[in-house]
Write a protein that binds this ligand. Structure first.
Ligand code: NAD
Length: 290
């Protein structure tokens, strides 16, 4: 297939590389990131999408997605599908879907879970919103970039699933960090604490696969000075998306609201920006009055 890939940062780069490695013809554009060797560079986004059957975007946020969509939709070939894999607000996802439809194009919102490790290994989970036919068109690419793709419903349903998933992620990471801070104060060895919780009812992905304590459990950003990984700034973005969505539909999410408040303080007031989202653990340890 002829694929255009727009946005090749921490996630998009390895995703595009996997598509090229599987034999697809991938043309890409990113104004800042280095492109994987097997991806042909285009001078701009509109040039990248010319002649492509599928256009994949992997961008930082909804405003940038809307700007890129305005550039690429008029340049896309008839019948092509625009598949956005970024995590963005539901309104932006639906607005882009409407524009694509009006131009006679297919579209999907297909955010991912699995992080940079999953992007490199081709084991991401895709949560997808859009029409059945468009899902069927892109499904073979989801199989290359990931190990699972769940068609969640109509346009915006993929972003809805992602926002709910990441609200759980933010809350469980904070809970895991708090538990380590409490265990430290109680004089409990961190390794013993991990051994118990990771095999008991307190287990979660945050604890078992992404342990926030260095030297404990599997390798994680905690073992690399809390370099992202998944930046605290992106966690804050996703928690705010969840709270924006909850307010729009009147859902009650007090833990999500508290998690958004804590990450906002960490990122915007206490120097957490640029660190992994698990760096809340040393932050708690050095801020006894939070
Ligand atoms: P990133 O900042 O590393 O990559 C984004 C890329 O988009 C950058 O290389 C940037 O140069 C490029 N870009 C910005 N404006 C552009 C434009 N106008 N045209 C083309 N390219 C443009 O971010 P990332 O970690 O790769 O995350 C991308 C998306 O995936 C985000 O929405 C994020 O929330 C989501 N996500 C990230 C992770 C993770 O672990 N990093 C996991 C799941 C989902």
């Amino acid at each position: 297939m002829r694929i255009a890939f727009i946005g090749m940062g921490n996630m998009g780069g390895p995703m595009a590389a996997n598509l090229a490695q599987a034999g697809h013809e991938v043309t890409g554009f990113d104004p800042a990131a280095a492109l994987p060797a097997a991806v042909r560079a285009a001078p701009d986004a509109a040039a990248a999408v010319a002649g492509a059957q599928i256009v994949i975007t992997m961008l930082p946020n909804g405003d940038i997605l809307r700007a890129v969509a305005a550039q690429v939709i008029p340049a896309m070939s008839a019948g092509a599908v625009l598949c956005d894999c970024s995590t963005v607000d539901i309104d932006s996802a639906r607005a882009v879907a409407r524009q694509a439809q009006a131009a006679g194009l297919g579209s999907l919102d297909a955010p991912v879970s699995g992080g940079i490790g999953g992007a490199a290994a081709g084991t991401l989970t895709f949560m997808v919103g859009g029409a059945d036919a468009d899902f069927a068109t892109v499904a073979p690419l989801f199989q290359i970039m990931g190990s699972r793709a769940v068609h969640c419903g109509a346009a915006g349903a993929g972003q809805a699933a992602k926002i709910c998933n990441n609200m759980i992620l933010g809350v469980t990471m904070l809970a895991s960090c708090e538990a380590f801070a409490l265990a430290d104060a109680l004089g409990l060895d961190r390794g013993k604490m991990f051994d118990v919780v990771s095999t008991s009812s307190g287990q979660s992905w945050s604890m078992n696969s992404y342990c926030p304590a260095p030297g404990v459990g599997p390798q994680s950003p905690a073992d690399h000075d809390y370099r992202p990984g998944f930046a605290a700034d992106l966690m804050l973005k996703d928690l705010r998306l969840s709270q924006q969505a909850a307010m729009t539909v009147g859902a009650t999410t007090p833990m999500g609201r508290k998690a958004a408040e804590l990450y906002a303080r960490f990122v915007e007031e206490d120097g957490g920006s640029g660190h992994d989202f698990s760096a809340v653990l040393p932050w708690l340890a050095s801020h006894p009055t939070i």
